[in-house]
Write a protein that binds this ligand. Structure first.
Ligand SMILES: C[S@@+](CC[C@H](N)C(=O)[O-])C[C@H]1O[C@@H](n2cnc3c(N)ncnc32)[C@H](O)[C@@H]1O
Length: 306
């Protein structure tokens, strides 16, 4: 039985010309919503198709008058010779999308039926306020962990500068930041002069497509066909009726999946621990292999063991 929210969302998707015949949106225990094949799909067959204009991108958001005005109000404060100075700054594509989700309301937004389907909370360490001593984190995710916290800090400061005209609570900002962080997809967008292009503009949120969960053994592949301005998810191989359709979010370790998305995979083929030289020497000692300084130096210079 589908809830009213699900029915309203699916009707909304159809009015947006999102094609998803043969798929069912279901609630998957432990993963939120997910998409299941209600018939077999042949390899190369499109599973979802939608017009490019359905993509929520920073460039598209900033063309909405209320967001264009907001961008004009974004000022970034900094201390200089003990005086507070401020300068206008353009939002990055990521920040613009976060502001969109922080300010749209389901009751008034044209995206209302979609917004109602979004998760209410997250199980990431940042959302749950879990702090780790950095020494507990594997090297493979340390810089990612720092970068995520820094991004959140920077956008929080920018949002502060929008007060009192726009008042976004810490909780709402954290929620919106997670919506974008857990759901955005790589797409190359056209530059927009109101969006900071320092690192290009390569993200979009795609309603309905963002209901696909992650697997390292995904059968779905998402791509934009620029010639027909159509975004689609294609079957990379045969998809059996009644199986959940997955895409792969990337070759991520469990530490990365947990920090970014709030889940781990029991049998993750990308599980890895980076062994730096100091740890490698320590492990060698523990195995009874004594390494002279000269040998250690050779190993370091040869960049072994990886
Ligand atoms: C792009 S959304 C996918 C749709 C999402 N399940 C929903 O209900 O909106 C990404 C989020 O789905 C969940 N997710 C995706 N793949 C998962 C998996 N294999 N196991 C558990 N949770 C998963 C995580 O909460 C992740 O942050």
């Amino acid at each position: 039985m589908q809830t009213d929210d699900v029915c309203e969302f699916l009707d909304w998707c159809r009015t947006q010309k999102i094609e998803f015949d043969g798929l069912e949106l279901i609630y998957v225990q432990g993963a939120g919503y997910g998409l299941v094949a209600k018939r077999d799909f042949q390899s190369e067959e499109p599973v979802i198709k939608l017009p490019q204009k359905c993509l929520i991108t920073a460039g598209q958001v900033v063309e909405i008058p209320k967001y264009k005005e907001l961008v004009g109000n974004l000022r970034y404060f900094y201390f200089f010779f003990e005086k507070i100075k401020s300068f206008s700054t353009l939002p990055s594509p990521f920040e613009m999308l976060v502001l969109f989700f922080a300010l749209e309301e389901p009751q008034t937004s044209t995206y209302g039926p979609y917004l109602k389907m979004l998760p209410k909370d997250f199980s990431t360490p940042i959302y749950e306020g879990i702090e780790f001593p950095e020494s507990d984190l594997p090297d493979s995710v340390l810089s990612f962990w720092r970068q995520q916290r820094q991004e959140l800090k920077v956008i929080s400061e920018k949002v502060e500068s929008l007060r009192p005209k726009y008042s976004i609570s810490k909780e709402r900002l954290l929620w919106a930041w997670h919506i974008v962080n857990t759901r955005c997809i790589f797409v190359e967008n056209r530059p927009n002069k109101f969006i900071d292009q320092t690192h290009g503009d390569t993200i979009a949120i795609i309603p309905f497509v963002d209901m696909l969960n992650h697997s390292t053994n995904a059968q779905g592949l998402a791509l934009l066909d620029k010639r027909s301005s159509t975004y689609m998810v294609k079957a990379q191989r045969f998809i059996l009726q009644d199986s959940e359709v997955f895409v792969c979010y990337g070759p991520h370790t469990n530490a990365r999946l947990y920090i970014e998305y709030g889940f781990k995979l029991p049998d993750n083929p990308y599980a890895k621990v980076i062994v730096n030289h100091d740890l490698f020497f320590e492990l060698a000692e523990e195995c009874g292999i004594s390494l002279s300084e000269k040998r250690r130096d050779i190993i370091r210079r040869a960049d072994l063991p990886w």
